[in-house]
Design a protein around this ligand. Structure first.
Ligand SMILES: [Zn+2]
Length: 366
């Protein structure tokens, strides 16, 4: 029994020794295996580093792509502009705001009066238009008319005129008063944005043919008027001018010629400023047109009755077979810096009085 017990003990010791030797032999490798795992992880970082490189490459690509993408987008508008602006050359200035450069949407009114043709005017030397005063340039064919509007911009009336013109998808020439342009620049911007031609009509609607008017004063009225329109539009106006009350002074005519500004009289006067109602304006214009057959029509977007008459008048023009010609300038007017700057200074004059309204204005009788 003792020998059997001894064998069992010996076997147990042997097993213990074997296990101990195995453990001592392999467990350090298990510990050493850890760096292998770590190095394996480090190895796994290589793709991470590679992906970092590829991320940089991607960002490079993005930058390159953006640069490439920017070029066509920079080229596209100029391509559009050159193909759109050149034929018309209507737009008052290369510095015209982008909103004003956008081509107009197609006319929604299939039966609109529209514009039958667009003429571009080279204003070199100051050509005159309108047979009431200037008879050299007879460019209108029978049944052709040019719509012109003076004395705006004015709240209510000018927007109503613009709506009537837009409803018929037709265009006109506007001769705004400089002072009015400074009062309501946003309305004048609507006129330009709608694609109409914008000239000028003096600063304060002074009679430039008055005996009291000096040549310098007449020059100031002309130039300050154009500078005021430019200030309102943020772009140079067309070099188109109409004398207040059609009072052409020879000296002012010579001056405008030296400035390469076209002078507009008219072929038929609507006398809308003294009409008792809209119907009278329609009758006056249509009676004269049917007699003369064509012409530059003088109206006032400043006048309420004109705004009221316009939808009917445009409808009568269409029904009568008349066609609207739009006049545009070949190049914008170069305003004079001294007047541009002088006007800005005037506009920034501080308000002298800071007194409360009730201290300034009191009702003394009611
Ligand atoms: Zn006027």
């Amino acid at each position: 029994m003792r020998s059997a017990l001894g064998v069992m003990l010996a076997s147990a010791v042997s097993v213990f020794v074997i296990v101990a030797v195995w453990f001592w032999t392999y467990s350090p490798r298990a510990v050493l295996a850890a760096p292998d795992t770590v190095s394996a992880r480090q190895a796994e970082r290589l793709p991470a580093a590679a992906s970092a490189k590829s991320a940089r490459a991607l960002s490079d690509e993005i930058e390159v792509t953006a640069t490439i993408a920017a070029r066509p987008s920079a080229v596209a508008p100029s391509t559009v502009a050159s193909s759109t602006v050149k034929p018309s050359a209507a737009l008052p200035s290369p510095a015209l705001p982008a909103a004003l450069l956008q081509p107009k949407a197609a006319c929604a009114n299939a039966d609109a009066l529209g514009v039958s043709r667009v003429v571009e005017i080279d204003t070199t030397g100051g050509p005159g238009f309108g047979f009431e005063h200037f008879k050299q340039l007879d460019f209108l064919a029978d049944k052709e008319v040019v719509l012109t509007f003076d004395d705006g911009p004015w709240p209510g009336n000018t927007p109503a005129v613009l709506k009537a013109l837009a409803d018929e998808c037709t265009k006109a020439v506007f001769f705004p008063i400089g002072k009015h342009a400074t009062y309501h620049p946003e309305i004048l911007r609507q006129v330009a944005a709608a694609g109409h031609t914008v000239g000028a009509h003096t600063w304060s609607h002074a009679n430039l043919n008055s005996k009291k008017m000096t040549e310098q004063q007449a020059k100031d009225e002309v130039e300050k008027g154009f500078s005021a329109v430019k200030l309102a539009l943020g772009a140079a106006p067309s070099p188109f001018f109409r004398f207040p009350q059609l009072q052409h002074s020879p000296a002012a005519m010579a001056y405008l010629g030296s400035r390469n500004v076209a002078v507009f009289s008219c072929d038929l006067d609507s006398f809308d400023f003294r009409a008792k109602d809209a119907a009278q304006i329609v009758n006056t214009v249509m009676t004269k047109l049917d007699k003369q057959g064509k012409g530059i029509i003088l109206m006032h977007d400043f006048q309420k009755h004109t705004a009221e008459a316009l939808p009917t008048l445009l409808g009568r023009l269409k029904a009568g077979g008349y066609k609207v010609v739009q006049m545009r300038a070949k190049a914008p007017l170069q305003t004079l810096a001294e007047y541009d700057e002088g006007l800005v200074k005037d506009m920034k004059l501080p308000t002298v009085s800071a007194r409360a309204l009730s201290n300034v204005v009191q009702t003394v009788s009611q």
